[in-house]
Design a protein around this ligand. Sequence first.
Ligand code: DQA
Length: 155
Amino acid sequence: MESNHRLSILVIHGPNLNLLGQREPGIYGSVTLSDINESLKSEAKSLGVKITTMQSNHEGDLVNAIQSALGSCDGLLINAGAYTHTSVAIRDAISAVNLPTVEVHLSNIYRRESFRHHSYIAPVAIGQISGFGDRSYILGLHALTHYIKQMEKSG
Ligand code: DQA
């Protein structure tokens, strides 16, 4: 890949994340999804990467978005919401496109109900950031950008 290539990252938000701000604020905080997307965009700008964001409540739409990243994006930042714990299809899509992926969660899924302790996505992700509220996304963006840049450097 050419060295002046501008990295492109697709940010994927899964089900119910469109309700952030009003949804269980004691768990997820008062920040809205558009606030998160705005702060991701400004962070991306300072990192020199391009981001595209999408949200869907539908599993198949999330699979389509992951597939569409092939050939157009360098990495995926994903909060699959409840599909984290149920979706073999999303996991397979990530595995199929083979793009570096960072999994994020606002809440610490390991401090919550046991059905949230298992992630289908974790084994196909570089890593997971969970429990830092909306900051999880910014931390995830940094981790993913750093990882891709290192990969490109090592050729
Ligand atoms: C979540 C955690 C999931 O267990 C839950 O279903 C969500 C949000 C998080 O960001 O903390 O919808 O992914």
